[in-house]
Design a protein around this ligand. Structure first.
Ligand code: ADP
Ligand code: 5GP
Length: 211
């Protein structure tokens, strides 16, 4: 890289290129994953209210909107064509196919929030989390666990967002996801009592120590 004149002194100073991940890292990235129905959305919604300068990323997805969901708040619900357009224009920081639908993190929003020094929370699956970890090695990786399989089943039913077949497929994959999680996540939080889980996640995010 050529030397650039220092604007204040006029002297030539060597400009050290920043590593890729440091480019936008005024703030920090937090990844939250876990099996379907474990309480990720509930935890994330409370975290943004509790933490200062926190941005909860709103993903784009080709999945159809659930009854209680709002376009632009829970997700940006888009067609497959629109998803492909954003992906091909490098508009997504990461993306993955989950349970037959595509999900991705809008890049510009995240980079802007990081530049503003915010903590950016990404509620994404394990595949997407791997991609984020490669781009932001300092990302905090938190995996949410259910207190028991039975409780997970009850929460899926409580949420009543999808038909029985879809809910069953999602529950079937929970064991695989939990097994994979031990490799990639350095923080595990059991969501038994919601307030306690939120407090634990907040504590992990606020602790500066990098593990
Ligand atoms: P996810 O985003 O992981 O799919 P949700 O946040 O949508 O999960 O939660 C699934 C259901 O479980 C919702 O009805 C939610 O209110 C409920 N829930 C979340 N956390 C708890 C908890 N600690 N105890 C009991 N119910 C919970
Ligand atoms: P749901 O359909 O239950 O809202 O989400 C299904 C799965 O997709 C969850 O594991 C959720 O974390 C994941 N997911 C949501 N948004 C994204 C995203 O932007 N990228 C990736 N890779 N996964 C996502």
């Amino acid at each position: 890289m050529p030397d650039r004149p220092n604007q204040r002194t006029g002297s030539k100073r060597k400009v050290t290129p920043e590593p890729h991940h440091a480019k936008h890292s005024a703030g920090r990235v937090v990844v939250i994953s876990g099996p379907s129905g474990v309480g990720k959305s509930s935890i994330c919604k409370q975290l943004v209210n509790r933490l200062r300068d926190c941005y909860l990323s709103v993903s784009v997805t080709t999945r159809s909107k659930g009854l209680n969901e709002i376009n632009g708040r829970d997700y940006r619900f888009v067609s497959k064509q629109e998803f492909a357009r954003q992906r091909d224009a490098s508009g997504l920081l990461e993306y993955a196919e989950v349970f037959g639908n595509l999900y991705g993190t809008p890049k510009a929003d995240v980079e802007q929030a990081l530049k503003a020094g915010k903590t950016v929370i990404l509620e994404i699956d394990v595949e997407g989390a791997k991609q984020i970890k490669a781009k932001y090695p300092d990302a905090k990786m938190i995996f949410i666990l259910p207190p028991s399989q039975r409780e997970l089943w009850q929460r899926m039913n409580l949420r009543a967002r999808e038909d029985a077949g879809t809910a069953e497929r999602r529950l079937d994959s929970a064991d695989d996801e939990i097994a994979a999680a031990w490799q990639y996540y350095n923080h595990m939080v059991i969501n038994d009592d919601l307030q306690q889980a939120v407090a634990e996640a907040a504590q992990i995010i606020q602790t500066n120590q990098r593990r």
